[in-house]
Design a protein around this ligand. Structure first.
Ligand code: PLP
Length: 463
């Protein structure tokens, strides 16, 4: 294998063109313009390769999308097969085989009660669709009263995407505060961030005290609340914050009791990431709406789906002139290439028994994290679920005092990790490891030990 050293990656015309013309997401472009970018030109399995042929382990699954590795033969073949038929036809007024078949497969896999699939293009649009569906559902459900429910509840630190509806239910000030003037009003409930418990409690002695604010909010506002949006079990973009056991189920029960739709945003957690197909399964939660994207196509193509219950769906049925229709759609809705990739990915899950095969890998990852990072002087907490791990770095382990954000410790570690042949993307002071489900045990070891060396290099400290 061609391992990189600590020279900057070779950059040719692509890097020059990029720096001159492209604008990157979540990136301070003034910094970006200063240095030659890493140019990735191909991938295979869990590796990505730059222009010079240096190999990097894809430790972030190309931002949480890749599942079975790059160039997975059955998915490559399925896309080529679809391409030889047609690349795209509209889903307005007609249908096509891959979208219909995929809808059937998703309904069969999804938590009980979800029976309809509405396609869109990415995680944000999947959430946007869920919000609009929930809002419209209450205006026209039958039978029964039609309360004016305009409000949405979400958790602190939540991330549901970057379109304006998704930003409205977002809780990360760094990303969302700028746009508050554009968003609709929502209610934010504290997140049970156990490492820095907002109520100063300790789990499990707290007895899930964190559910009390959920109960209080719903008692006060359920009459005007259309839906409660959550990232089940793990909040990804806030730094892999995990819910204590029983919290998700408790929250779901409270929503049911108060007549508020539960919207499960499984964009990051879906498709095996947490060790089960969907995170909701861990606590037997059956949402009213569920948002899927990222792993839906195993990291191949942009596609999303919002799944709805029969009750939600039925509220939209009626005579044409009742105008109960869901007036929402996108040009590339149900793109056949994306649907073909998604179907092929689900076949891989079945044929390779992926959900069984990842269990020893998950145990291996957590064993290695504990062994190589557990006692480190600058590791405050290691948390996550399945193949989603966050390592919260702190200036002082004893007090939990954070590193100042401007020190960019996470970014510097990711930088150092490149020289180790690893691609990772931190969130602030949290090093995030999100390997493809296909990452082997030796590769997982390499990922963790590489992070450990990078951490030592940046902080100058060991355990
Ligand atoms: C939980 C969750 N929801 C929604 C999104 C938005 O997805 P996309 O970037 O595809 O719009 C993300 C992206 O990270 C996410 O983690």
């Amino acid at each position: 294998m061609n391992r990189p050293d600590d020279r900057p990656p070779v950059t040719g015309p692509t890097g020059d063109l990029d720096r001159r013309y492209a604008w990157h997401p979540f990136t301070q472009m003034a910094d970006w313009e200063r240095e030659p970018p890493l140019v990735i030109t191909r991938g295979r399995g869990c590796h990505l390769y730059d222009e010079a042929g240096n190999a990097y382990l894809d430790g972030s699954s190309s931002i949480w999308v890749n599942l079975h590795g790059h160039r997975k033969a059955p998915i490559d073949r399925a896309i080529r097969r679809q391409l030889s038929r047609v690349a795209h036809t509209t889903f307005l007024g007609l249908t096509h085989p891959t979208a219909a078949e995929l809808a059937e497969r998703l309904v069969a896999l999804a938590p009980e009660g979800l029976s309809r699939v509405f396609y869109s293009d990415n995680g944000s649009t999947a959430v946007e669709v869920a919000l609009k569906m929930a809002y419209q559902y209450w205006r026209q459900r039958r039978p029964g009263p039609k309360p004016e429910k305009r409000r949405f509840v979400h958790l602190a630190h939540a991330y549901h995407g970057d379109t304006v509806g998704a930003v409205s239910v977002g809780g990360i000030d760094l990303f969302h505060a700028t746009f508050r003037g554009l968003t609709f009003p929502t209610t934010k409930v504290e997140f049970p961030y156990c490492y820095r418990c907002p109520w100063g409690k300790t789990y499990p002695a707290c007895g899930l005290h964190c559910l009390e604010p959920v109960a209080r909010t719903l008692e006060r506002e359920a009459h005007e609340t259309a839906g409660f949006v959550v990232e089940p079990l793990v909040q990804g973009a806030s730094g892999i914050l995990t819910m204590p056991e029983g919290y998700l189920k408790g929250l779901a029960d409270l929503c049911r009791r108060h007549g508020v739709l539960l919207i499960a945003d499984e964009v990051a957690t879906g498709f095996g990431r947490t060790g089960r197909m969907f995170a909701c399964e861990h606590e037997g939660v059956e949402p009213d709406l569920m948002c899927l994207s990222k792993g839906l196509t195993a990291g191949y193509l942009p596609l999303a789906a919002t799944l709805a219950t029969q009750a939600v769906y039925d509220a939209f049925r009626g005579r044409y002139d009742e105008f109960r229709t869901f007036f929402h759609g996108h040009s590339y809705t149900a793109n056949p290439l994306g649907c073909a990739a998604a179907l092929a990915s689900l076949e891989v899950f079945e044929r390779e028994d992926v959900l069984t095969r990842i269990q020893p890998r998950i145990r291996h990852l957590w064993g290695r994290l504990e062994r190589h990072l557990g006692g480190h002087a600058h590791v405050g907490e290691i948390r996550g679920r399945g193949l989603m791990a966050g390592i919260e770095l702190v200036a002082d382990r004893a007090t939990g005092e954070p590193f100042p954000l401007e020190a960019q410790v996470g970014n510097r570690i990711a930088r150092a990790a490149r020289a180790e042949g690893l691609l990772i993307r931190p969130i602030g002071n949290v090093v995030v490891l999100m390997p493809p489900l296909a990452m082997s045990r030796p590769q997982l070891t390499r990922l963790v030990t590489g992070v450990r060396r990078s951490l030592d290099a940046v902080t100058g400290a060991g355990s």
